[in-house]
Design a protein around this ligand. Structure first.
Ligand code: ADP
Ligand code: MG
Ligand code: MG
Ligand code: MG
Ligand code: MG
Length: 643
């Protein structure tokens, strides 16, 4: 996660004094970068995914599954290939917030040719193999949990730790030990401590509990060793979480695209923003937190709350102190504005920024919208500073810019080229929940990449007022949103950038699969795009399997991981209808997820019986799925043959 400069970390009281200094220099650094790179042209499409993997310890004797704190041991060896063969490495590995998490990306980005879609799942497979070679079976496993259901329960880590505010100087948490945070880089504990200090107390994340027959009324979580903050912060009938690790210790799937120039990057940023909530609901994989079933299916609100560093005044729960203003959202959340000049009319939310910051950018010739976007990022204070990294050469270094940029964790991110690199202007799509299998992860990634091609080729316009995107985000996290919620979406996808165009409320099924006599659905647009391209049969087959997964998740024919896991939990023989995910359920769920992700068993309810070329899932395809796959590919294949 983000900028990984090293040095002596500063406490919040010192960081605070330097905040304005860092911001000014950060903006100057962006300006210098912009000046050099604003006219950069003709970059080709390059793109790549990031998957966050979870290390799980399976205690087969006690029948318990815990989070294994060992990534710092495994990381150096995983990075050897990259260190020895830079530019040629198969995979790239990065530390993450928790010591049970590790981030893997392809060693090199994928290219623009559609045949590259055949490589995605292979790359994910080889990442999994690299991890498999590290771990010690049979007790260690790698499972892509978007959120491990028992984070924060007693003994949820391996090794286990006692937890209390005194034992956790960084987080002060009652539940999440500082020892679970990645230990070998100062960034993570510093962020933890400074976010809490800036906020003026521990986080108070309250997620509605899923009420079952025997769920206690009111549902009130245990608050061991409470110093009074928990009693104040928790809401009845909610799962209560009090530390950064509850959110930043969850895992996501991200995709970064290189655009041909800055204008295309801005356009893509805007178009992808509206897809954020749709893809989140479609990928929902987080039904339980802290050992309790929740009434949400996604991790988003937990992670937003987990790094919410706003003071009581800023978040509207206390009096404003001098120099403060109300800030509507956490620094982790949905974006507040579109950034292309022609999207301006859809920015119907007030944008906070310091006039002076915006003026610095305008003076350098930035247009109003981009100046506002950058200035808006800079309403956030730096929360992690290193003593050795304060006095920088703003002509060549960008650490102060990246410091603010990389702690604005929003649904999409506009990434400028790093200085002195071959890399162009990029956009990152950040809302997808990580899936259990390589097949599913590849499907979501390919779906989004393909959609960007369709948007650009057909000059589509998905923009809706930004307030409606925010509302969609709120709906997307709800339990079974994919089946039950409606989302604001444009029925006329033409390139007309007029904010008066009609916005409808549609189900995800209608958005993805279309509706009779109305909106054609994103998948049919993607299929006609593929048809219009000269694509080989292999690639068409690969893509078709991915589109099928998304289509069936949208229609409800296949389950989201959240729905599937929730079912697994409530149907477990030890489940007491009290919303609790006990240790035994967690163990059985982990064992099951492990076998599914290693393709030792299938899971037709979750993803059918796919047979992607690279995956070769060994199960026989059932007749029904086979027929469907064939009927969908038939036309495209015939077309190919005719050509
Ligand atoms: P982050 O800052 O979001 O953590 P990472 O470097 O971890 O970024 O991952 C970004 C992704 O972008 C990786 O999948 C990587 O392969 C991919 N990538 C690398 N170079 C480019 C490029 N020039 N254009 C687009 N994507 C790229
Ligand atoms: Mg990451
Ligand atoms: Mg990364
Ligand atoms: Mg990151
Ligand atoms: Mg990223």
């Amino acid at each position: 996660m983000g900028l990984l400069s090293v040095g002596t970390p500063l406490a919040w009281k010192d960081t605070k004094k330097l905040a304005e200094y860092v911001k000014k220099h950060g903006i100057v650094q962006f300006i210098n970068l912009y000046r050099k790179l604003k006219n950069r042209q003709r970059d080709t499409l390059k793109w790549g995914d990031e998957i966050e993997y979870t290390l799980v310890y399976l205690d087969h004797e006690k029948k318990a599954a815990r989070l294994l704190l060992k990534c710092n041991e495994y990381l150096p060896e995983l990075q050897e290939d990259e260190n020895n063969n830079p530019g040629k490495n198969t995979s790239a590995w990065r530390m993450e917030y928790a010591n049970y998490m590790i981030e893997g990306t392809p060693g090199q980005p994928f290219g623009g040719c559609l045949t590259q879609f055949n490589r995605v799942e292979k790359s994910m497979k080889s990442r999994r193999e690299e991890l498999e070679r590290m771990i010690q079976r049979p007790n260690e496993a790698i499972i892509c949990f978007a959120s491990f259901p028992r984070i924060g329960c007693p003994d949820f880590t391996e090794p286990t730790y006692e937890v209390s505010p005194e034992l956790n100087p960084a987080s002060n948490s009652l539940y999440y030990p500082d020892a679970a945070v990645y230990p070998d880089h100062p960034r993570f504990l510093t962020l933890t401590k400074n976010i809490r200090s800036r906020r003026g107390g521990r986080q108070a994340i309250n997620i509605p509990v899923f009420r079952d027959e025997k769920t206690p009324e009111p549902f009130l979580p245990a608050t061991p060793n409470d110093d009074g903050q928990a009693a104040k912060g928790m809401k009845p009938d909610h799962v209560y979480m009090d530390a950064m690790g509850f959110g930043m210790g969850c895992s996501c799937l991200q995709v970064t695209f290189q655009a041909c120039n800055i204008d295309e990057a801005r356009l893509l940023y805007d178009q992808l923003a509206g897809l954020g909530p749709i893809m989140m609901a479609l990928s929902a994989a987080s039904p339980a937190f802290q050992g309790t079933l929740a009434d949400v299916d996604c991790r988003w609100d937990v992670i937003a709350g987990s790094v919410d560093d706003r003071t009581p005044g800023e978040r509207g729960t206390g009096p404003l102190q001098e120099g403060e203003r109300l800030i509507p959202k956490s620094r982790y959340d949905c974006i507040d504005m579109y950034i292309s000049p022609c999207s301006k009319d859809f920015n119907d939310r007030p944008i906070l920024y310091d006039k002076e910051h915006k003026q610095m950018l305008l003076d350098e010739g930035l247009d109003d919208v981009l100046a506002e976007h950058i200035a808006h990022l800079f309403i956030r204070d730096p929360i992690s500073l290193f003593a050795e990294k304060l006095d920088l050469n703003d002509e060549v270094e960008v650490d102060h810019f990246e410091n603010i940029q990389s702690t604005n964790w929003q649904s999409v991110r506009f990434k400028p080229p790093p200085p002195n690199s071959q890399i162009g202007w990029r956009v990152e799509f950040r809302t997808i929940e990580v899936q259990l299998t390589d097949f599913e992860n590849a499907a979501y990634v390919v779906f989004v990449v393909l959609l960007t091609r369709v948007i650009l080729s057909y000059n589509l316009n998905l923009l809706i007022p930004i307030s409606k995107v925010e509302e969609n985000m709120r709906r997307a996290v709800k339990r079974d949103a994919v089946l039950n919620e409606k989302f604001f979406f444009r029925s006329a996808l033409n390139c007309n950038k007029n904010a008066d165009e009609p916005v409808e409320e549609m189900s995800i099924d209608e958005i993805i699969n279309g509706k009779d006599g109305g909106f054609p659905g994103l998948i049919s647009l993607m299929k006609s795009y593929i048809k219009s391209m000269d694509v080989d049969v292999d690639t068409v087959c690969t893509i078709t399997q991915y589109l099928n997964l998304i289509s069936k998740r949208a229609s409800g024919e296949l389950k989201t991981p959240a729905n599937w896991m929730r079912n697994f939990i409530v149907n477990h023989e030890t489940y007491k209808r009290d919303s609790e995910v006990n240790e035994r359920i967690m163990y059985d769920l982990a064992v099951k997820c492990d076998s599914i992700s290693r393709e030792l068993v299938g899971c037709p309810e979750l993803f059918g019986n796919p047979k992607t070329k690279s995956a070769n899932v060994t199960l026989p395809r059932c007749e029904k799925v086979k027929q469907e796959v064939e009927s969908i590919t038939e036309k495209i294949l015939q077309q190919q043959e005719l050509d």
